[in-house]
Design a protein around this ligand. Sequence first.
Ligand SMILES: [Zn+2]
Length: 343
Amino acid sequence: MTAPRTLLPVEQAVGPLYAGVDLGGTNIKATLVDDRGRMLSFHTERTCPERGPEDAAARMGRSVQLLAEQAGVAITGIAAVGLGSPGPLDIPRGTIVRAGNLVGWDGFPLRDRLSTHCGLPVTFANDANAAAYGEFWVGAARDHDSLVLLTLGTGVGGGIIIGDINVEGAHSHGSECGHIIVDQADTARMCPCGLRGHLEAYASAKSLVARAVEALAGGGTGGLAEAVAAGEQLTPIVIGREAARGDPLAMHLLMETARWLAVGIVSLMHAVDPEAVMLGGGMTFGGTAAPVGREFLARVVTEVHRRTFPVLAASTVIGYASLGGDAGAIGAAGLARLAAGRR
Ligand SMILES: [Zn+2]
């Protein structure tokens, strides 16, 4: 759930200030935050990936200038910039290795070109790690010392934060929680990454819709079948809506998703033992404000508890993230702050 975006007047800001840029396949979001992670300004525009990475780097540089102007500070009043990008990345080099929606961007020196365009140091991070850091710093996990965040959208992203450490790994592939194995069978579902049995192949929006299509292939009755017969396109929103209206198939599909998620979460808990596991992204069915969102989370918790140790079942917090679509930009700014040595 996204809270209404409130912007802090610059007079009340506590310096230093940091800019965060969240580069997505569709949109670029940018924000300026103070040392406490409070937003002073916000800017969003279309990514237009077909215009190429140099064009995007120049526009991201301009967005940082725009953020400063909107907040009423000079660009020199910004200490550093954080850039979150879809991966996989080569973080030491500041490049994208392979990003599905950003065709032809591979190997482009994105971090350094943005730094040239805005004249500020840039910290480079995976977008899901940035979102995790946002939730850890000022979001739903702000009172916890460690966090595993799963972002449930078209894919399944992941971020692991332990204390001041953003787990990026030796090869920039740390925290790839969407690609942990939940089904080892040779016939397991194919993940968009090209390998079988990964969590993303079972718990993403794409997978939920694919499983719904399969379930309805032989016809069917109920709200979901009727929606499809009426020409509605199957989406997680439609499936969530029909579950809320009492369609057993729609509810079954959600509960199945919760079960797969729980299988993945238990492996992550047993590897990391975080204080909190949070679920964010578009596929949270209204979060705790909606009955279906509450039921989805409750099933995740129940299925986790069936598979983990009693002490972890009793003490690991499992809940929804709170920053919504702003988590990535805020967290990218937070990672720039962390890189500058702020705690
Ligand atoms: Zn995968």
